[in-house]
Ligand binder design. Structure first.
Ligand code: PEP
Ligand code: MN
Length: 368
């Protein structure tokens, strides 16, 4: 494995006179809309101690006709935020021109959006524009689709351009249809990213993940409990009038409340009590495995019986009855029905696979 694959020499997110510490908080509007909106929001955020200001200057919109950002002119407003409040400033870049313009305007942190990180051509173009700009700080959002390798590939392209102040932003993954989250968290993906690149800072974006104001606090807490390094949260001086993502933007005052109630737990310590609880989990898993193995043996015997009596493997009515009754029983026992459904479907799929194998094996034998 070479260093590109493991990216061991990443640097902490520190700037002259400012080392960003956990939890790193980046906040500001989804889009820079006007000089007043940008400055008013920035002043509110500076007053509550936020150190990094964000604002989208170029906005990727799902359909044409939406507010596509102010463009270059808004970079001057960000520069003004920096001068007036001393905050670092961050914006999204998606093309070579964006990178050049943002760096020339003194933008401290560039982030790459979810639609862009899903596109290797765009990522390579950005990486090429960053070559030789080794003092740049770049954060790469996860691609819109839940593809960890694509996310890692996007990070590696930036790393290969010589950038060492590099981090990831987990903003969830899009799905079809209506769900609780605007973008499904799929927490196992950033957890796996952390396992593979332990020294890469990972921030969570509860605004785009939740899509709703009331989800920002619980998602932020969950991210902190999982050991994320920080949060990027959309805020606006007048959220209800925002030109983009208004349902998920909050005022600097609400942000302050959320940050003040965040509980920071020490993720690295294993207390004695935790060790005892983990032993209990190990025992439960052992019991689960024994029961599962017994169930599979019974299922095997049923396969043999079905073969002998020339019965078909999948009996739809029986499967449906089992599924419904187990879900009901699970819910009565305080277990989520959807979760139980996934487990029962997986168990049933494996039983069917085993029984089909039995039936076919015996057919082969009869042929001989
Ligand atoms: C944003 O941060 O404003 C944005 C467009 O986010 P994402 O790329 O996560 O959709
Ligand atoms: Mn947004």
């Amino acid at each position: 494995m070479n260093t590109t694959e493991i990216m061991t020499d990443l640097e902490p997110l520190s700037f002259p006179g400012l080392q960003l510490e956990r939890p790193i908080v980046i906040s500001g509007p989804c889009s820079a809309e006007s000089e007043e909106q940008v400055l008013e929001t920035a002043r509110g955020l500076a007053a509550i101690g936020v150190k990094v200001f964000r604002a989208g200057v170029w906005k990727p919109r799902t359909k044409p006709g939406g507010f596509e950002g102010i463009g270059m002119r808004a970079l001057l407003w960000l520069h003004q935020v920096k001068r007036e409040t001393g905050m670092l400033v961050a914006t999204e870049v998606a093309t070579r021109e964006h990178v050049m313009a943002a760096i020339d305007a003194g933008i401290d942190i560039l982030w790459i959006g979810a639609r862009t990180s899903a596109n290797p051509f765009a990522m390579q173009e950005i990486a090429d524009a960053l070559k030789g700009r080794t003092t740049a700080t770049v954060l790469v959002k996860n691609p819109v689709n839940p593809d960890l390798e694509l996310w890692i590939g996007a990070l590696q392209r930036i790393y290969n351009a010589g950038i060492r102040r590099l981090g990831a932003i987990h903003r969830g993954f899009s799905t079809y249809g209506k769900h609780l989250y605007r973008n499904e968290p799929q927490w196992h993906l950033p957890i796996e990213l952390r396992r593979r690149f332990p020294n890469m800072p990972i921030l969570c974006d509860p605004s785009h993940m939740g899509g709703r104001r009331e989800l920002i606090a619980p998602i932020s807490q969950q991210a902190m409990d999982m050991g994320f390094d920080g949060l990027i949260i959309e805020s606006h001086s007048n959220p209800d009038c925002a030109l983009s993502d208004k349902n998920q933007q909050i005022t600097p005052e609400s942000l302050s409340l959320i940050l003040n109630t965040l509980v920071m737990r020490d993720t690295k310590q294993t207390t004695e009590n935790l060790a005892i609880l983990r032993q209990q989990i190990d025992r439960c898993d052992n019991d689960l495995l024994e029961v599962l193995s017994k169930r599979m043996r019974v299922s095997h015997d049923i396969g043999v019986y079905k073969k002998e009596h020339n019965m078909q493997v999948v009996q739809t009515q029986r499967y449906d009855d089992v599924l419904q009754s187990r879900i009901r029983q699970a819910e009565e026992m305080g277990i989520d029905g959807e979760f139980m459904k996934i487990i029962m479907q997986a168990i049933h799929e494996e039983s069917v696979r085993v029984q089909v194998e039995i039936v076919n094996q015996e057919n082969e034998e009869t042929k001989k």
